[in-house]
Ligand binder design. Sequence first.
Ligand SMILES: [Zn+2]
Length: 122
Amino acid sequence: MANAKEELLPVLLADLDLSEPNYLAVKCPDCEEAYGFHIDGASVVNASGQKLRVESKNEDSSARLDVQLENDPHDAKTFRGRRHAVSLLGWCEHCHKDYTLTFEQVKGTTYFSKSSTDISPE
Ligand SMILES: [Zn+2]
Protein backbone atom coordinates (compact mmCIF):
# COMPACT_ATOMS: atom_id res chain seq x y z
CA MET A 1 0.00 0.00 0.00
CA ALA A 2 1.39 3.39 -1.05
CA ASN A 3 1.85 5.90 1.70
CA ALA A 4 0.03 9.24 1.64
CA LYS A 5 3.04 11.12 0.33
CA GLU A 6 3.34 8.86 -2.73
CA GLU A 7 -0.39 9.27 -3.47
CA LEU A 8 -0.13 13.07 -3.27
CA LEU A 9 2.61 13.38 -5.90
CA PRO A 10 0.46 13.11 -9.03
CA VAL A 11 2.40 15.42 -11.34
CA LEU A 12 4.83 13.16 -13.10
CA LEU A 13 7.27 14.07 -15.81
CA ALA A 14 8.14 11.88 -18.76
CA ASP A 15 11.48 11.88 -20.53
CA LEU A 16 9.94 12.24 -23.99
CA ASP A 17 12.07 15.13 -25.18
CA LEU A 18 15.47 15.50 -23.65
CA SER A 19 16.75 17.69 -26.50
CA GLU A 20 15.84 20.79 -24.51
CA PRO A 21 16.78 21.12 -20.86
CA ASN A 22 13.80 21.74 -18.54
CA TYR A 23 11.28 20.82 -21.27
CA LEU A 24 9.58 17.60 -20.20
CA ALA A 25 6.19 16.08 -20.93
CA VAL A 26 3.64 15.98 -18.10
CA LYS A 27 2.00 12.61 -17.42
CA CYS A 28 -1.58 12.06 -16.33
CA PRO A 29 -1.66 11.74 -12.52
CA ASP A 30 -3.69 8.52 -12.75
CA CYS A 31 -2.82 6.53 -15.90
CA GLU A 32 0.63 8.14 -16.28
CA GLU A 33 0.26 8.49 -20.05
CA ALA A 34 2.22 11.45 -21.39
CA TYR A 35 0.24 11.59 -24.65
CA GLY A 36 -3.41 12.55 -24.06
CA PHE A 37 -3.06 14.63 -20.90
CA HIS A 38 -4.10 18.26 -21.42
CA ILE A 39 -3.80 21.37 -19.24
CA ASP A 40 -6.07 23.99 -20.79
CA GLY A 41 -6.74 26.49 -18.02
CA ALA A 42 -5.94 28.02 -14.69
CA SER A 43 -7.79 29.60 -11.81
CA VAL A 44 -6.81 31.81 -8.90
CA VAL A 45 -9.03 32.18 -5.84
CA ASN A 46 -8.35 34.40 -2.85
CA ALA A 47 -9.53 34.31 0.75
CA SER A 48 -12.28 36.89 0.15
CA GLY A 49 -13.91 34.79 -2.56
CA GLN A 50 -12.69 36.47 -5.73
CA LYS A 51 -12.05 33.85 -8.40
CA LEU A 52 -10.47 34.29 -11.83
CA ARG A 53 -10.72 31.39 -14.26
CA VAL A 54 -9.09 31.34 -17.71
CA GLU A 55 -9.53 28.50 -20.19
CA SER A 56 -8.02 28.17 -23.64
CA LYS A 57 -10.47 26.79 -26.18
CA ASN A 58 -10.11 25.62 -29.81
CA GLU A 59 -6.89 25.57 -31.82
CA ASP A 60 -4.83 27.48 -34.34
CA SER A 61 -6.49 30.66 -35.69
CA SER A 62 -9.80 29.85 -33.93
CA ALA A 63 -8.12 29.63 -30.49
CA ARG A 64 -9.88 31.73 -27.86
CA LEU A 65 -9.49 32.51 -24.17
CA ASP A 66 -12.59 32.24 -21.99
CA VAL A 67 -12.17 34.49 -18.92
CA GLN A 68 -14.53 34.51 -15.93
CA LEU A 69 -14.31 36.64 -12.79
CA GLU A 70 -16.49 35.84 -9.77
CA ASN A 71 -16.82 37.80 -6.54
CA ASP A 72 -18.77 35.39 -4.37
CA PRO A 73 -17.68 35.15 -0.75
CA HIS A 74 -17.14 31.51 0.06
CA ASP A 75 -17.54 29.52 3.21
CA ALA A 76 -14.57 30.23 5.46
CA LYS A 77 -14.64 26.59 6.54
CA THR A 78 -13.79 25.35 3.03
CA PHE A 79 -11.02 27.86 2.27
CA ARG A 80 -7.88 27.38 4.32
CA GLY A 81 -5.60 30.24 5.15
CA ARG A 82 -5.72 33.96 4.53
CA ARG A 83 -4.07 34.07 1.09
CA HIS A 84 -4.87 32.38 -2.22
CA ALA A 85 -4.87 29.16 -4.24
CA VAL A 86 -3.68 28.70 -7.84
CA SER A 87 -5.01 25.73 -9.83
CA LEU A 88 -4.13 24.17 -13.17
CA LEU A 89 -7.19 22.77 -14.97
CA GLY A 90 -6.73 19.71 -17.16
CA TRP A 91 -8.21 16.51 -18.47
CA CYS A 92 -7.11 13.07 -19.70
CA GLU A 93 -8.24 11.40 -22.92
CA HIS A 94 -7.62 7.94 -21.46
CA CYS A 95 -9.08 8.30 -17.94
CA HIS A 96 -12.02 10.50 -19.03
CA LYS A 97 -11.53 12.77 -16.02
CA ASP A 98 -11.17 16.49 -15.42
CA TYR A 99 -8.27 17.30 -13.09
CA THR A 100 -7.63 20.23 -10.80
CA LEU A 101 -4.04 20.50 -9.59
CA THR A 102 -3.94 23.13 -6.84
CA PHE A 103 -1.13 25.03 -5.14
CA GLU A 104 -2.49 26.66 -1.99
CA GLN A 105 -0.70 29.27 0.09
CA VAL A 106 -1.30 28.86 3.84
CA LYS A 107 0.95 31.09 5.92
CA GLY A 108 4.52 30.39 4.80
CA THR A 109 3.85 27.04 3.21
CA THR A 110 2.61 26.17 -0.29
CA TYR A 111 0.52 22.98 -0.30
CA PHE A 112 -0.33 20.82 -3.31
CA SER A 113 -3.49 18.79 -3.87
CA LYS A 114 -5.23 16.96 -6.72
CA SER A 115 -8.90 16.40 -7.36
CA SER A 116 -10.69 14.79 -10.30
CA THR A 117 -14.17 14.50 -11.76
CA ASP A 118 -15.39 11.71 -14.02
CA ILE A 119 -16.34 13.02 -17.51
CA SER A 120 -17.04 9.65 -19.14
CA PRO A 121 -19.71 9.82 -21.83
CA GLU A 122 -22.95 8.20 -20.66
ZN1 LIG B 1 -5.14 9.43 -17.54
